[in-house]
Design a protein around this ligand. Sequence first.
Ligand SMILES: *[C@@H]1O[C@H](CO)[C@@H](O)[C@H](O)[C@H]1NC(C)=O
Ligand SMILES: *[C@@H]1O[C@H](CO)[C@@H](O)[C@H](O)[C@H]1NC(C)=O
Length: 344
Amino acid sequence: MKNVLVIGSGGVGTIAALSLSLNRKANVTLVVRSDYDKVKAEGISIRSKTYGSIDGWKPQNVARSVTEAAELFGPFDFILLTTKNIPDGPMTCEDVVRPAVSPQSVIIMMQNGLGIEEPMMQEFPDNIILSAVSLIASAYKNGVVENPGKDHVTLGDFRAAHKCSLPGTRDAMEGFIEIYRNPDQNVNYIAIDDDCRTTRWQKLVYNSVFNVVTAILETDVTRCQIAGLNDSLFRPAMQEVIDIAASEGVTIPKDTIERFIHIGDGMFYSPSMCVDRRKNQLIEMEVILGNPLRIARKNGVQTPILSVLYQLLKVVQFKTKEATGAIKIDPKDYQYNSDDYPNL
Ligand SMILES: *[C@@H]1O[C@H](CO)[C@@H](O)[C@H](O)[C@H]1NC(C)=O
Ligand SMILES: *[C@@H]1O[C@H](CO)[C@@H](O)[C@H](O)[C@H]1NC(C)=O
């Protein structure tokens, strides 16, 4: 029996916790922050393409915080992190996991974005840190998880791309697959990905363009396309991501742009960053766009479109921070001294 902590009880975290507990090879603790009392009392209702309809589902253990989880149910063999990754927000992911990390813990980052492993590796140099890319479509709202897409996960060794793999990493990946993969092979998909860096860059071709533009405009992808953005913005912006990847030696398959242009045909789909913005929540702008642009600067790649989008996202994030009280603006502090005004 492996002891597993799942941090984040949104659509992705809940489905992962469900899959792990169904196999009875893991004792699962789920950290539930905002709806703790509701989940503890009534459980969660699942409407899942992969796992079916279940009412009142609960993992073995539920905790209010990572600290409480570590005290009551630790130490953990695996820590699965499924929260948003917002280094410019109130808490970094390193701060989030720290109370639960013990020497044997394998940290699995099931999150979007690029370069997310670097601060984690610095903070926990002796722990195995895995990349998990989830292609699931799943959302949690008021005690109900709607999951219309099949559960599909690929696991990789983050340290391999940095040429500093730790011994035991392959065993750790196989161990996690063993407890996660449903015995019926057709139910869910989880496998090792020997090139998780390329997988992450490829997903970024979608996220750093469609998530970003739809978040700025608060408009779904299909409406943006009908309004004329395919050639003027989407295709050239995706090409910029592919150019940055190439500067790092990562080759993105040629058909990626056309695949992503058509992936949501007729679906009027709103990517997660657009949904976060509509809910007045902070967006993952640094791991989805900031980090790739830092790489572009370092390697001398031109990114005229993405750079403008990034500046606009800064204002989106700023407005959310102001609306939620994280930033306070006093207009008095910003008055020009009239003597400074140029004569117009
Ligand atoms: C799961 O964890 C809880 C809390 O640590 C413990 O009480 C319980 O016995 C464990 N279950 C199994 C099957 O190991
Ligand atoms: C943009 O792409 C969408 C999705 O393929 C398509 O429906 C639409 O016709 C395209 N619009 C233009 C102007 O190319």
